[in-house]
Design a protein around this ligand. Structure first.
Ligand code: SIN
Ligand code: FE2
Length: 207
């Protein structure tokens, strides 16, 4: 795997690349693509098996990640509408492919989870382990308000690094880091040209 010279905040771990500003030139097109997806498949707060409601609002393109009180799964259909999730727009696939290549991976995503964080929303430490293909990395794009990303190890109790992710930053993790625990601390209120929230696009190879 190539190690791009793009690590920020002295964060260096095999299989992880932080590509600062990688999505900046596409930001307006990405937000327009999110808006088009949301017009078909609105953001919603999913329930989790414990019975809680996620503070992060979600929708999907391509093969969709779904949580409910029975568990977590991938589904081609949106349970709210019974219709297929919207297709992944070409700009999503292209950006994820280019970012992964920068980090040394050949990646063709088939699913994108779209997260919207309003101030106060957070995501607890978890692993992305509902996918069928762990040889593919995760590509994660940040837009809007900055957030503190927590990146840990392969065990829940491993130490975590805190990394501030800004509008346009892309994080890629794969190979030995593919099943790393990660999460997002409570989003602070603020102002950003795209609105008072943060979007995160998480690209996966599900099948
Ligand atoms: C996720 O793990 O699905 C989201 C990560 C993020 O919002 O940066
Ligand atoms: Fe995740």
């Amino acid at each position: 795997m190539t190690q791009p010279d793009l690590f920020g905040e002295s964060f260096a771990r095999a299989g992880v690349a932080i590509l600062r500003g990688f999505a900046l030139t596409d930001d307006i097109a990405l937000v327009a693509a999110i808006d088009a997806i949301v017009a078909e498949a609105p953001f919603r707060h999913m329930m989790v098996p414990g019975g809680g409601r996620m503070s992060v609002a979600m929708t999907n393109a391509g093969i969709g990640w779904v949580a409910d009180t029975r568990g977590y799964r991938y589904d081609r259909a949106d349970p709210l509408s019974g219709q297929l999730w919207p297709d992944m727009p070409p700009i999503f696939v292209d950006l994820a492919h280019r970012a992964a290549r920068e980090a040394g991976f050949d990646f063709s995503p088939d699913g994108c989870l779209i997260n919207r964080y309003e101030p106060g929303a957070k995501m607890g430490l978890h692993q992305d382990i509902n996918e069928g293909d762990y040889s593919a990395p995760i590509v994660s794009v940040s837009l809007g308000l900055p957030a503190t990303f927590q990146f840990g190890g392969l065990k829940r109790g491993d130490p975590v690094e805190k990394i501030t992710l800004h509008h346009g930053d892309v994080v890629v993790w794969g190979g030995p880091a593919r099943k790393s625990f990660h999460g997002v601390l409570t989003l602070k209120a603020g102002h950003h040209a795209i609105g008072g929230h943060r979007y995160n696009l998480t690209f996966r190879k599900v099948l």
